[in-house]
Structures are given as structure tokens and as C-alpha cells.
Design a protein around this ligand. Structure first.
Ligand code: SAM
Ligand code: SF4
Length: 296
């Protein structure tokens, strides 16, 4: 059976220890702190397997705030050892938890690092945590876990593009630049558009190609021999007439299961949300419907 191009993005909790000024909180209401129960997570993962979804991302809020993170990961692997499973974290608790993550079988971690300067990192995230995060990353790397650095580029950190390239080259990490989605009020003025970011990267790179990376289309730039990724625009049919298209700028590539137990095919379309947690009997049909809505 052909692998489903949509991936499942599970928001384990909407609690977070950071206060990033731009955060879209994965579309959920971050003031109502909720954790997604393990049973609901596993139910969605089983349906993902049934629907030929192989790629699963665990996110939050901050997923490492979950005390049962080791169990969550090992139970997911019990459903399918071959899942391409990754976790996206701010890295603050990585040093304490990385041994558990490794023991649970996790092979890939994406860490969000938005500045390599202590001062700017604090301004963007609201937390003085850069050194601790970098220590956690190097610990994870020593354990053989594949690292990807996710960096949201805005007008504050634009000048750090080459600093990130050098850091990732030195450590053999993948690097992904994300453009700021101005979901939160007051963030529009900080946006450095993806078109402009791509122009900057084109001027620095020795080659550029369009690639399919784990189901998502990406622009891959080679800068100083290091691959640097940005998301390529990949609007499907259902996105073409969407009024949110300009703001979104990317198209649907994931089915989200939010911490409140709702399935959300698109970050910008609250109206497409469907219940998953509450009605056990409807989980299978709601999952299929939400997946169809996501598949553009
Ligand atoms: C919502 S966070 C959750 C996981 C974890 N707390 C972290 O920061 O990595 C997941 C990713 O979304 C990114 N993100 C959050 N809000 C965003 C926005 N408005 N535009 C672009 N990326 C955003 C973060 O930078 C992070 O890389
Ligand atoms: S660490 Fe992640 S979830 Fe927390 S505020 Fe920052 S981007 Fe949002």
C-alpha cells in the first residue's frame, strides 16, 4: 500500500515553560492547560497505521513537560516499529530527559533554537535558557540521536543565518528555517517573508533543489557544504481558493491532533475541527473524515 503523504502531528500538551512572542500554540487555546491522555494518543496512532500514515511528529506546547514521555514513545513504537517518529521540543529539559528518550527508541529530535545569542534568545522566548539547551543538544547528539535545528526567521534574527549554518556544519546537524506565520496579534511587523528569505539563501548557496523530505516538499540549499531547508509552497486544490492562503503561505501537509482532543486538518481553519477524544465510537469515522479534509 502507498504511504499516505499527510503526516500526523500530535500535540501532547498545550502547557509550555516558554513564552515565545510569536507562538501559534498549534492552533489550540494555550490558556486552558490540557494533556492528551495516553489512550487517546495511541488510538490515533493505530488509526494512522490503518490509514498508511508512517510519519508521526510529537509536539506541544512543550512535549518534554509530559512525565510519561518515555512511555508514550515506547507504546507508539509497539504499534509499529517502523514509524518515522520525531519529537519537536524547545530543548530546555532535553539534558534531563534524553537518556529516557533514547531508551524508548527515539531516533530523531527537532529542537527549536531561534537565536545563538543569549540576549536575543531571551528576547524571543522569554527565557534565559540558551546554554542549557545547547548542552542538551550536544548530549543527544553524543547518544547518536539525529538532530534537526528548527529556526524561525524574523527581522530580529535574520543576521544570524550564517551563524546557524556554521553551528550545524560543525556539529553535523540538519538545519531548517521556518518563516514566521503571523497568527498572533502584533506579530505581522516582525515577518521576514519566505520569498525574501529564499532570496537571501539563494545568494549564499552553491546549489538549490526542490526535494521531497518525509512527505513534505522542501527547498534544499547547500551553503558551505551544509544542507539548509525551507518549506516549499505546495498548495493543493483545496487551498487554492482559501481566504487564509496569503497568511498561511504553505498549504496543508499535516493532520493535527490537538491537546484538547480535537482533530484539525488545517492550522488556520477552526471550522474544520472534529472531535476525536470524546466520542469513542466515532473516532474511526472522524479520523477518516479529517484525513480526507487534510488531503488536498
Ligand atoms: C508550537 S512549537 C511546539 C514544540 C516546542 N515547544 C518547540 O518550540 O519546539 C513547534 C514549532 O512551531 C514553531 N512555531 C510556533 N509558532 C510559530 C509561528 N507563528 N510561525 C512559525 N513557526 C512557529 C516553533 O518555533 C517550533 O519550531
Ligand atoms: S517553546 Fe514552543 S510551544 Fe512554547 S511558546 Fe515557544 S514555540 Fe510555543
Amino acid at each position: 500500500m502507498k504511504e499516505n503523504p499527510i503526516y500526523l502531528r500530535i500535540c501532547l500538551t498545550n502547557r509550555c515553560n516558554y513564552n515565545c512572542y510569536y507562538c501559534h500554540a498549534e492552533g489550540s487555546d494555550s490558556k486552558n492547560s490540557k494533556d492528551l491522555p495516553l489512550g487517546v494518543i495511541l488510538s490515533a496512532v493505530k488509526l494512522a497505521k490503518e490509514n498508511n500514515i508512517n510519519k508521526i511528529k510529537l509536539t506541544g506546547g512543550e512535549p518534554l513537560l509530559r512525565k510519561d514521555i518515555k512511555k508514550i514513545i515506547s507504546e507508539i513504537y509497539k504499534i509499529n516499529k517502523k514509524f518515522d517518529l520525531s519529537l519537536t521540543t524547545n530543548g530546555f529539559f532535553l539534558k534531563d530527559k534524553v537518556n529516557d528518550l533514547k531508551k524508548a527508541g527515539l531516533k530523531r529530535i527537532n529542537i527549536s533554537v531561534n537565536s545563538l545569542s543569549n540576549k536575543k534568545y531571551g528576547e524571543i522566548t522569554g527565557i534565559d535558557g540558551l546554554n542549557r539547551v545547547l548542552d542538551g543538544i550536544s548530549e543527544a547528539s553524543k547518544l547518536g540521536i539525529k538532530i534537526k535545528i528548527n529556526t524561525m526567521i524574523d527581522k530580529k534574527n535574520l543576521k544570524e543565518v550564517m551563524k546557524f549554518v556554521d553551528y550545524c556544519k560543525k556539529n553535523n546537524f540538519d538545519l531548517r528555517f521556518l518563516d514566521l506565520l503571523p497568527v498572533k496579534e502584533g506579530t505581522k511587523d516582525m515577518v521576514f517573508s519566505s520569498d525574501n528569505l529564499n532570496l537571501v539563501l539563494e545568494s549564499l548557496c552553491s546549489s538549490v533543489s526542490l526535494e521531497n523530505q518525509n512527505g513534505t516538499k522542501v527547498n534544499k540549499y547547500i551553503i558551505k557544504g551544509t544542507p539548509v531547508m525551507t518549506k516549499a509552497k505546495s498548495f493543493g486544490n483545496k487551498c487554492m481558493n482559501c481566504k487564509h492562503r496569503q497568511k498561511c503561505g504553505e498549504g496543508i501537509y499535516a493532520l493535527r491532533l490537538n491537546a484538547d482532543g480535537k482533530l484539525q486538518p488545517c492550522l488556520f481553519r477552526k471550522d474544520l475541527e472534529m472531535d476525536f477524544k470524546k466520542t469513542k465510537t466515532k473516532r474511526k469515522t472522524n479520523f477518516k473524515t479529517a484525513l480526507m479534509r487534510a488531503a488536498a
